[in-house]
Design a protein around this ligand. Structure first.
Ligand code: NI
Length: 139
């Protein structure tokens, strides 16, 4: 049996957004999203937890190259979202910038780029009381 382990790294970015769906009426948007539907938007200090699962490499004793992972997350996620309006990101055209959707997008952007092992889970802290997770069953 191969020994596997999970490494989780935490990253941060600050971004603004507005929860609003073009598919819903103004009244429905207000009802569902409340103050998060405010037309002027609002910001969050997001924390992203990237978990990589894989066999423990016998020499380094690690599941992935942490330095490479940090560079990939910086290039792919942090530079893209930090100090930006998430609603203006092309990936959110026609999709609301909920924590669920932000988490899934981070998964989609990273999954094929993990330097060793496989992406296991993406966690996203949006506020003190809101935490999201996204994962896909590994084949
Ligand atoms: Ni918000």
């Amino acid at each position: 049996m191969t020994e596997t382990a999970i490494l989780t790294r935490r990253y941060k970015f600050a971004a603004s957004h507005r929860l609003h769906s073009e598919c819903l009426s103004g009244e429905e948007n207000t009802k569902i999203f409340g103050k998060c539907n405010n037309p002027n938007g609002h910001g969050h200090n997001y924390q992203v937890y990237v978990s990589v699962r894989g066999p423990i490499e016998p020499h380094a004793g690690r599941v992935t190259d942490v330095g490479a992972l940090d560079r990939i997350v910086a290039d792919t996620i942090i530079h893209r979202f930090d100090h930006r309006d998430l609603n203006l990101d092309p990936a959110f055209a026609g999709r609301t910038t909920t924590g669920e959707n932000v988490t899934r997008l981070i998964w989609d952007l990273l999954a094929a780029k993990i330097p060793g092992g496989d992406l296991h889970k993406v966690g996203l802290v949006e506020t003190r009381d809101n935490y999201f997770e996204y994962s896909e069953r590994q084949g």
